[in-house]
Design a protein around this ligand. Structure first.
Ligand code: AMP
Ligand code: ZN
Length: 472
């Protein structure tokens, strides 16, 4: 398996630090709003990397954080007159809903920055002890960038080119920094902001230290893969390397992976530029699986331009796979007494031929996760199934073709076999049955019905006007 490593600017053979295990950290969103489809790109891309690795038998420990303390969250909290935690919790919930729609697996751990402050105080303490940090008069703690000799190794810039690159991270006066390249580890609170006690001042952490600490806590000092969008290479990931390696005295991440931008009119989609669509906007027009398909139809290191035409093309492509699976299901349902169960000799041969598409899929994924080519091989398999599976086929043959299509789609995280959706009428009937069961004090049955509906994504709410339900 080859991975393009931003650190070496080369595709390298993937060799995990611990045999059979992969530790992976993906920088997650700052939760102050609904996520836009640019934020969804790393989620979909790295979820697919994880799924592919799991399909190869790796045990993947996948950590992705929520940045829940930030100027933008505080600003929104002030606007709404609520605590910052109300804002961050709300958008974490909304983000989880979007991830579910995109079929992004929940991470092994989703740490929140505000719950990891102790670890941050520890790491900052270690950096101070080792002479990699200093405390300014107002209690701000800065990382002494020039004390880390390898600074710039990820972004491939030299220190003098970088002069001033960390300026935007300044919260207090520039004059108190020993060097303009130094960046904030801990900063004093401002009036009305959330804060924590620390040996230096009441305040809050800088953004970069959060990820260094959460990665260390859940994955250890040395990890296999650290990932995120390419805008994070500098300064965020460069600073993370400096902090982690200076504090731990060990190399931080072995492979650094970065996805290119999702653009609109060839400009980066971003909240600040206002040129964005949220995942929620898209879900009103399309099944989110179409969005996932769209994201995977390009290689993750190529910029991807969002347009209505490309979404329509993605819809057609995705539906080609869904229709093929539905057709195979139809043939299987039609299996009657006269239909052979066992494979016929020419079918065994055809399945051998179909293996060629699986091999092509693997080759594409082994080459730095080329999902564009991997999807082409799913199409070839679909075309093959469409011509070879007929009413004359054995059920074993149709089943085998179906399973191959489902297996490859599943590695891409694409749901292509839709469960029959429960109809509104049936929901009403079940709710009535649950009410009757409750009246009869048969609570076990009542709970069973509630759980069954919940599995189908139907949430019940007992209100004064009776039971209400909604799909989530
Ligand atoms: P943020 O909430 O801005 O910190 O972003 C969360 C993740 O989304 C980071 O990995 C970013 O690099 C990534 N990201 C933000 N905008 C885009 C975009 N337009 N295209 C691709 N990735 C993006
Ligand atoms: Zn990060």
């Amino acid at each position: 398996m080859k991975i393009y490593n931003t650190l070496s600017k080369k595709k390298e053979e993937f060799e995990p630090i611990r045999a059979g295990k992969v530790s992976m950290y993906v920088c997650g969103p700052t939760v102050y709003n609904l996520i836009h489809i640019g934020n969804a790109r790393p989620m979909v891309v790295f979820d697919t990397v994880r799924r592919y690795m799991e399909s190869k038998g790796y045990d993947v420990n996948y950590v992705s954080n929520f940045t829940d303390v930030d100027d933008k969250i505080i600003k929104k909290a002030i606007e709404e007159g609520v605590e910052p935690a109300v804002i961050s919790e709300r958008y974490i919930e909304e983000c989880r809903k979007d991830m579910k729609g995109l079929n992004v697996k929940p991470a092994t751990t989703h740490p929140k920055a505000t719950e990891e402050i102790d670890g941050m105080l520890d790491m900052i303490g270690t950096l101070l002890e080792k002479g990699h940090a200093y405390v300014a008069e107002d209690g701000t703690v800065y990382f002494k960038t020039r004390s880390f000799r390898e600074y710039g190794k990820l972004s491939h810039k030299n220190l003098d080119d970088l002069q001033g690159g960390n300026r935007s991270l300044l919260v207090s006066g520039e004059e108190q920094k020993e060097d303009p390249l130094d960046f904030v580890l801990w900063k004093p609170k401002k009036e009305g902001e959330p804060y924590w006690e620390s040996p230096w001042c009441q305040g809050r952490p800088g953004w970069h230290i959060e990820c260094s600490v959460m990665s260390k806590r859940y994955l250890g000092d040395e990890i296999d893969i650290h990932a995120g969008g390419e805008d994070l290479i500098f300064p965020h990931h460069e600073n993370e390397i400096a902090q982690s390696e200076a504090a731990n005295g060990k190399p931080f991440a072995k492979y650094w992976m970065h996805n290119a931008f999702l653009n609109i009119d060839n400009k980066k989609m971003s909240k600040s530029a206002g040129n964005f669509f949220t995942v929620r906007d898209i879900s009103e027009k399309y099944d989110l699986q179409v969005l996932r398909f769209f994201m995977l139809s390009a290689h993750y290191r190529s910029p991807l331009n969002f347009s209505a035409d490309l979404m329509e093309a993605a819809k057609n492509g995705y539906e080609r796979i869904v229709t093929c699976v539905a057709n195979l299901n139809y043939l299987l349902e039609k299996a009657h007494a006269g239909m052979a169960d066992a494979l016929k000799p020419h079918e065994t041969e055809a399945l051998e031929e179909a293996k060629g598409f699986m091999t092509k899929f693997d080759e594409a994924m082994e080459d730095d996760f080329n999902t564009a080519d991997a999807i082409s091989s799913i199409f070839e398999l679909v075309k093959f199934a469409n011509t070879k599976a007929t009413e004359e086929s054995s059920s074993a043959f149709i089943q085998a073709l179906k399973e191959e299509i489902l297996a490859l789609s599943d590695i891409c995280g694409l749901i292509v076999e839709k469960e029959a959706e429960i109809l509104d009428d049936d929901i009403e009937k079940l709710i009535q049955e649950r009410q009757d069961a409750r009246k009869a004090k048969n609570f076990a049955r009542a709970d069973e019905i509630r759980d069954m509906l919940q599995k189908q994504g139907i949430i019940l709410e007992d209100t004064r006007e009776g039971v209400k339900w909604k799909r989530v």
